[in-house]
Design a protein around this ligand. Sequence first.
Ligand code: FES
Length: 221
Amino acid sequence: MTDMMVDSATTISSPADLAALQEQLAAAAEGRRRVLVCSTGCLAIGARDVEATFRSEVAAAGLIGEVDVVQTGCHGLCAMAPVAVIEPYDIVYGRNRVKYIPDVISQTVMNGDIIRRFCYGRDAEMAHVDDIPFYAHQTKRVLRNVGRVDPQKIDDAIQRGVYGAAGKALTTMEPDEVVGEVKASALRGRGGGGFPAGLKWEIRSWTAPCSRATRTAFWKA
Ligand code: FES
């Protein structure tokens, strides 16, 4: 696992600071070998054992520090559970089974070779994220990083640009500008009611207005 570069001593005062940090973190992560194991719905069909076996096999192969095994959110292909994505190749494997993991590490993680049986449609031509028809018709915006960020490492989120909008809002915008942006985005709650997020933020600002000096950030996803 890579060492954390961001800690409590890290100060970010402007979007430029954040962009510079993002660039630095992205350069450090370039080409990194990672196994991203879905650890949400896939848990119901053995993802925990799959992840644990990836970790133990990585250790047994002396690859700690070279290969990271990461718990992530859903990769979308839930029908192929348990699902894992292998970086830096962006190879998607479904129907992962514990007994095959040593093969996945030696062939795919270390060499980028494709094992057809785990591919979408069991077709090696559809091994990579960009070649899978299921993803071809999707344009992810709010969820574009789902399944790709290590939720336990803020470095990982920053290097994928997760905090770009928050950094801009907190350092360069007035509260009413932020509310206006969220209203214009037409972002709605995802809990079932679909309440407009911008309107909710506006109502919040009526009841407890904040100045640039006393900022309140609240988020819901
Ligand atoms: S729940 Fe695992 S891929 Fe969707």
